[in-house]
Design a protein around this ligand. Structure first.
Ligand SMILES: C[S@@+](CC[C@H](N)C(=O)[O-])C[C@H]1O[C@@H](n2cnc3c(N)ncnc32)[C@H](O)[C@@H]1O
Length: 286
């Protein structure tokens, strides 16, 4: 009978297994596990080997050494077991993504959200993705008939994004920029798009003015934020909408519609929220 991760943890760590996180991220055939500092010893290699042996679809086990960090939003990873590589192919909603998890940000946890945004796209819509990574939002949007200006500051992200465009046959519907998103807007995209996606909570508020600049007379901006709350998700949604509305009101644009949803929990009482804002530029827009 196949063992669960909890079974394997018990076999290898005994009583210490209570400290083991009983789930892992799977990207393609790579499992990324976390092991708390207090039980970080040589047993982790055996743990990795047992994971490879037990889960047929896992060929590589890596340990997350650091949280996602730096401007490229990459996590430090240690090799534990299986094939010695960090590249894989991840499948989502009928698309394929070739990624190096040690060089480019990638998470399977945004899968539903990427599908949601793609489902909003109308044929021929022009979209700006300000923080594209290896291209998952962009490629789903392009597969739905959108035309995407896709930006990332990490050269590796753009390299994999380029390959992914070809893998998914959308290279004629995507223009790639390896640059800072603010500069791309200022130099190339003022009033050029119908929709902007901003999947980087750490920069979203500071870059909101560039998103607004890129929108034609009217359009939609999807702003991702991390919001702390005390009472529950309703509070997080209300807070997120207020923050975005306040910031947008500084640019003299009319807000026609605002809605929001919790994308996922990212820490204790901290939610990632997406605020969808439809805006119309008034004649006083600055
Ligand atoms: C959270 S990741 C993007 C996730 C991606 N959309 C996905 O679904 O996998 C944020 C990305 O923004 C990029 N980035 C950070 N600062 C940037 C900037 N100023 N301009 C453009 N891209 C930036 C990082 O390199 C990183 O790839």
């Amino acid at each position: 009978m196949r063992r669960t991760l909890a079974d394997i943890a018990r076999e290898i760590y005994g009583e210490d297994s209570e400290y083991i996180v009983k789930s892992f991220d799977v990207i393609g055939d790579i499992a990324i596990i976390k092991i708390p500092e207090k039980i970080l010893d040589d047993r982790r290699y055996k743990f990795g080997e047992e994971i490879v042996r037990n889960f047929r679809y896992i060929n590589v086990v890596l340990r997350q050494e650091t949280p996602v960090e730096g401007i490229y939003r990459i996590r430090g990873l240690e090799y534990l077991a299986g094939e010695k590589r960090t590249e894989t192919i991840y499948k989502e909603h009928g698309a394929r993504f070739y990624v190096d998890v040690s060089r480019v940000y990638f998470t399977p946890r945004l899968s539903y959200e990427r599908g949601r945004i793609a489902s909003l796209i109308r044929e021929g819509e022009k979209v700006l993705n300000m923080f594209a990574g290896a291209g998952p939002f962009t490629i789903h949007i392009a597969r739905r008939g959108g035309f995407v200006y896709s930006v990332d500051i990490n050269p590796y992200a753009i390299e994999y994004h380029y390959i992914n465009n070809i893998l998914n046959k959308v290279e004629d519907r995507v223009i790639l920029y390896r640059d800072d998103a603010s500069r791309v807007v200022e130099e190339k995209l003022v009033e050029r798009v119908d929709r902007v996606v901003m999947p980087l909570p750490e920069l979203a508020l500071d870059y909101l003015k560039y998103a607004v600049k890129a929108i034609k007379e009217e359009g939609v901006v999807h702003v991702y934020l991390h919001i702390q709350y005390n009472t529950g998700e309703e509070e997080a949604l209300k807070k997120a909408e207020e923050i975005v509305e306040k910031r947008i009101s500084e640019y003299n644009v009319n807000i026609k519609d605002v809605s929001s949803r919790v994308v996922r929990e990212v820490a204790v009482r901290t939610a990632q929220v997406c605020v969808d804002v439809t805006l119309h530029k008034s004649i006083n827009y600055i």
